[in-house]
Design a protein around this ligand. Structure first.
Ligand SMILES: [Zn+2]
Length: 180
């Protein structure tokens, strides 16, 4: 495995405002979100996807905090899992950038046992299905061998708290199988 996890530049557009994969590379679990938080630069500033305040950083993103807390309530520490976004920088509409970042997800997914995929775009890209149709349903991807557990965007969690909680409970059951 290369050290691309330290990538601090997009090789296509040369942007240095990136947020690339983070967390133990040998984790059997990968969490993939759509893109860096549009309302905060914290994840890009620290280059940590789903950054959360309780990890010792000054601040976290809303989605990072929600993810951390939901998993913690099920007795999982998300710091044990590899995490990344489909877009390694803010979406810029450049298909070449997109294809680069997509290829990074495919690389990262190699050898993983489960991929928790959060968000409309990532789920659509990797399962070919609408997240509304497959939310919480383990789904195969033509791009990666690990099964994907799709989840709606955590930014909508207050609208669909029950639905997200259900996905996290299913995720927890998958983790129990992996870590038993
Ligand atoms: Zn780029």
């Amino acid at each position: 495995m290369t050290t691309w996890e330290n990538e601090t530049i997009c090789p296509v557009c040369k942007s240095t405002e990136v947020c690339t994969a983070y967390g133990p590379m040998d984790s059997p679990v990968l969490i993939v979100g759509d893109c860096p938080d549009p309302k905060s630069n914290m994840d890009i500033t620290y280059n940590i996807p789903f950054i959360n305040k309780s990890s010792g950083y000054r601040s976290g993103t809303a989605t990072g905090t929600i993810l951390f807390q939901l998993l913690k309530s099920l007795n999982w520490d998300y710091n044990h899992f590899r995490r990344m976004y489909l877009w390694g920088h803010k979406p810029n509409g450049d298909e070449k950038c997109y294809n680069h970042w997509k290829s990074q997800v495919i690389k990262e997914a190699i050898g993983k046992k489960i991929v928790l995929m959060i968000g409309t775009d990532a789920v659509k890209e990797f399962t070919g299905k609408s997240v509304m149709d497959v939310c919480g349903v383990k789904t195969q991807s033509e791009f990666i061998s690990a099964p994907i557990l799709p989840c709606i965007s955590l930014s909508a969690v207050f609208l669909s708290a029950g639905e997200v909680k259900l996905v996290m409970e299913k995720f927890s059951k998958e983790l129990e199988k992996i870590y038993e």
